[in-house]
Write a protein that binds this ligand. Structure first.
Ligand code: FE2
Length: 215
């Protein structure tokens, strides 16, 4: 471990970062136990997405464009913590998804659904001091695969302190589609940890727990 990160890790045990991280660890999880890990899901065929020269947190616009992506605009925020519930600051978070019509902007894409030139499709973020991230995007559309219909979902690849996780977020207001999604089903008992929480209409929260630890 380099001295800079070691210093960061020590400081993370002090003050509000600890309190906030512990909150995540205990809410909705086994009492007195470690937080439930966010389940691993396949990276899929559509990473890295076409970045269109813009990978900021607002995926509803490309660059300084005035046009807005088609679809229902939503916001998602969350915190990334390690397996002890400690916030992971400066984690890298790659996010990519289909547009509202269920199409990725990617050379592997064979869908005939329309491309949305105003949809960014990909974001690369870094968590802040508290391990927090947030995006503004549109609700992804469903799409067909050889295995069956995919429920609306968003891909994440998180690089933490010592581990990397590929995961997929599902929406609580699409429970029926989730239950029929082959990738959701494959998660088994851990599937509910892949579902975001609706804070209010169009506002979601999803905390990610990595198999991460500091020395
Ligand atoms: Fe996907």
């Amino acid at each position: 471990m380099d001295s800079f990160k070691k210093n960061l890790s020590r400081r993370a045990f002090a003050g509000s970062a600890l309190a906030a991280g512990t909150f995540v660890a205990t809410r909705g999880m086994a009492q007195n136990g470690p937080p439930a890990l966010t389940p691993e899901s396949p990276l899929g065929r559509f990473y890295p997405a076409n970045r269109k020269g813009d990978d900021d947190f607002d995926m509803t616009k490309v660059g300084g464009g005035k046009e807005v992506a088609s679809g229902e605009i939503i916001e998602i925020r969350g915190r990334i913590v390690d397996r002890n519930g400690q916030s992971i600051r400066r984690a890298t978070v790659d996010i990519w998804q289909a547009n509202a019509a269920g199409r990725y902007t990617h050379d592997n894409e064979q869908s005939t659904a329309p491309i949305d030139e105003d949809f960014q499709g990909f974001a690369r973020l870094e968590t802040n001091t508290f391990g927090d991230w947030n995006i503004k995007t549109i609700k992804p559309g469903v799409y067909e695969t050889p295995k069956g219909l995919r429920a609306p979902h968003i891909h994440f690849e998180v690089t933490g302190f010592s581990h990397r996780l590929s995961a997929q977020l599902y929406f609580p207001d699409h429970a029926e589609q989730n239950a029929a999604d082959p990738f959701y089903i494959a998660l088994g008992d851990s599937a509910p940890a892949s579902v975001a929480r609706m804070v209010s209409p169009g506002q979601y929260r999803w905390d990610i727990v990595l198999m991460d630890e500091r020395e």
